[in-house]
Design a protein around this ligand. Structure first.
Ligand code: FAD
Length: 279
């Protein structure tokens, strides 16, 4: 990495087995060559992966890289969140990804706990001041449950005003949506870094399923072209690598603060994209 290059960060999800944990150590080692600003680890809403996330965060810190646990707050109570943040603080965490999260249907969590990410941001600020850098989620193509684009922007601005320090976006394959979103929120006084979340494409069917639920659009031309490759994974990967790398090049050229990669616990595609970008 040269000194004028933008920083990178990489996201993982917690593993369940000792083998998975060992494999993740190797994956992170490969991605460490890009001098990441931080590694983050997702967490299931309702505390469903609490131990796995804590383990991954401890591993990351022991490797000498700043670690950012995701904290989905929905259904959690004030005291539970303060306890968890105290635990994180004790082990050296200084960076939190503050989220609402999605309770899986039938999980039976909810009731009187926190309801929205802005409430979590306020809680962290009130209880911990500036102890944590607070990252929040942003949706350039809007959150799937938003009542309207306008309402979603207002809700994003609310959580920034509550004290968020920066934001990571949902993935997208349409850079114009990102730039429009940044313009819209900048016009409302938001001046925190809004970092594009980048999702490499390894499997079309998995991506299509996930995109339908999280509200990220796969452009029609790309969807149809990827579909036409059917089981030809080499062709899918080759096209997807070109498309994602070109989008990252444009994002960097037009001044994004940094890039955040959804690794899905794999180093291969992400490394290739970073190398093609000159990292
Ligand atoms: P919020 O900002 O609370 O918004 C949720 C919805 O409610 C939006 O439609 C918004 O418009 C609306 N809203 C917001 N505030 C209010 C308010 N005060 N009053 C009324 N309406 C409001 N999920 C996980 O479970 N674990 C993870 O680790 C995880 N990591 C993620 C990382 C990133 C970078 C991103 C982009 C998403 C991640 N998610 C994760 C998914 C996320 O939890 C879901 O998208 C969730 O549905 C919304 O979370 P949020 O923090 O954006 O919610």
């Amino acid at each position: 990495m040269t000194s004028n290059q933008k920083k990178l960060s990489f996201e993982f999800f917690p593993t369940r087995t000792p083998e998975g944990r060992a494999k993740q150590v190797v994956t992170r080692k490969q991605l460490s060559q890009f001098n990441p600003e931080f590694f983050s680890c997702t967490s299931g809403a309702g505390g469903s992966t609490k131990q796995g996330t804590m383990q991954a965060i401890q591993d990351i810190l022991s490797e000498g890289v700043p670690a950012a646990p995701h904290l989905p707050c929905v259904g959690m109570h004030h005291e539970e969140i303060v306890d968890l943040l105290n635990e994180y603080k004790k082990i050296g965490v200084r960076h939190i990804v503050a989220l609402r999260g999605d309770i899986p249907s039938g999980a039976g969590v909810g009731g009187e706990g926190l309801r929205y990410a802005n409430e979590l941001v306020s809680l962290i600020k009130n209880e911990f001041g500036d102890d944590f850098h607070i990252e929040v989620a942003a949706y350039p193509e809007y959150h799937p449950q938003a009542r309207s684009a306008e309402d979603d922007i207002n809700n994003f601005v609310r959580k920034v005003k509550a004290g968020a320090d920066s934001a990571i976006t949902q993935y997208f394959y349409n850079a114009d949506a990102y730039f429009r979103f940044v313009d819209d929120v900048t016009g409302r006084g938001v001046d925190i870094p809004i970092v594009p979340g980048i999702m490499p494409i390894a499997s079309f069917s998995k991506l299509a399923r996930f995109s339908d639920t999280c509200g990220a659009e796969i452009p029609r031309w790309l969807r149809l072209k990827l579909q036409s490759y059917a089981d030809d994974t080499a062709a899918i990967k080759a096209l997807a690598l070109d498309v994602v790398t070109e989008m990252c090049e444009r994002l960097l050229r037009e001044g994004v603060p940094s890039l955040h990669f959804y690794t899905l616990n794999q180093a291969g595609l992400v490394s290739t994209i970073c190398q093609r970008l000159g990292y």
